[in-house]
Ligand binder design. Structure first.
Ligand code: SF4
Length: 322
């Protein structure tokens, strides 16, 4: 199966340059592994707005209901500079499929930058998104965004990678594919889209079947919109269970008793978000390979991204998953 090569905007301090405030670089086993399968566009927003390396730390403060980016040591408000840079940089971005940011950074953190009260004595009052990351999420609501720490969690990583590689493939079709390519794409990703959103999949199928008197460009634009909606959030547990049980049903008579109990056990652990979708899916996939089900074997749900990325080196972490 051909897997497209995604393009990812990445915080430059992750495996690319020692550009952190303290002159360090952050190591990430996952980013190193992903380098073989994706193209990175590294960026350091703090370097880009003229802060040197090393530099005094900056932080986000809450002031009058708004958030501002502030450097205590120089008493400099950097909010406008960072917002201007973010706007211009993101406006110029084309052909991207994902973002991987540095956790906890006041510029790049996706959800967990510290939020301070304003003033020299200001305490931490919560968590928020870094200014650059927040601007990226607003401008590209469809593109998967994660930070390097959350990506050490198998469940989150699997979800991120499924979306990333699917969108990278769609981008190629959007750029130069025809109607036939859209139909092939839809057939190949049918089960994947079903577990994310059956409703949106049905709309996509209707659009492709009817074409509604639209020109190809318009069909692609509408299809992309539906694809974005489908990929919002995590795969639905119930849809996943239904889809995989339907597939497993085809050869249940051929399984051993042990195999018949292993799958529900895996689904239960997946429901509790202890393991990623790829674990129960791979159980079904190994049966497909044994019993030879050609049509299903080509479905992307069984082979969504390079296998090496499923188990990169690095510790697994637990996060509270909403
Ligand atoms: S977290 Fe972002 S702003 Fe900070 S050093 Fe890394 S790339 Fe630069």
């Amino acid at each position: 199966m051909i897997i497209s090569r995604p393009r990812i905007v990445l915080s430059k301090c992750l495996e690319h340059e020692a550009c952190r405030y303290n002159g360090e670089m952050i190591r990430s086993a996952f980013v190193r592994t992903l380098m073989k399968h994706a193209d990175f566009i590294p960026v350091c927003p703090e370097e880009a707005i003229g802060l040197g390396i090393p530099r005094d730390p900056i932080r986000i403060e809450s002031a009058g209901g708004a958030q501002r980016l502030y450097q205590m040591s120089s008493a400099t408000d950097l909010t406008d500079r960072m917002k201007r840079f973010s706007r211009n940089y993101l406006r110029g971005l084309k052909k991207i499929d994902g973002f991987i940011f540095k956790s906890r950074s006041p510029s790049c953190g996706v959800i967990d930058a510290k939020l301070f009260e304003s003033g020299a004595e200001g305490k931490v009052i919560g968590k928020t998104a870094g200014l650059f990351a927040a601007a990226a999420v607003t401008r590209f609501p469809c593109i998967p965004v994660e930070d390097e720490e959350r990506l050490t969690n198998r469940y989150l990583r699997d979800n991120f990678l499924r979306k990333l590689f699917l969108l990278a493939e769609w981008r190629k079709i959007h750029e130069k594919g025809g109607m036939r390519d859209i139909i092939i794409f839809q057939t190949k990703h049918k089960l994947t889209l079903m577990v994310f959103s059956k409703t949106q999949l049905q709309k996509m199928e209707t659009l492709v079947a009817s074409q509604a008197g639209l020109r190809l460009t318009e069909i692609k634009n509408r299809y992309r919109e539906l694809l974005c909606r489908a990929l919002t959030g995590m795969p639905r547990y119930k849809s996943t269970l239904t889809v995989l049980l339907q597939v497993a049903d085809g050869f249940s008579g051929l399984l051993t008793t042990k195999e018949k109990t292993a799958f529900p056990d895996a689904m239960e652990r997946y429901r509790r978000r202890e393991i990623p979708l790829s674990v129960p899916v791979n159980m079904i996939h190994s049966r497909l390979k044994r019993f030879g089900e050609g049509y299903l074997h080509g479905q992307s749900i069984f082979n969504p991204y390079p296998h090496e990325l499923m188990y990169p080196n690095g510790s697994e972490k637990r996060y509270r998953l909403e």
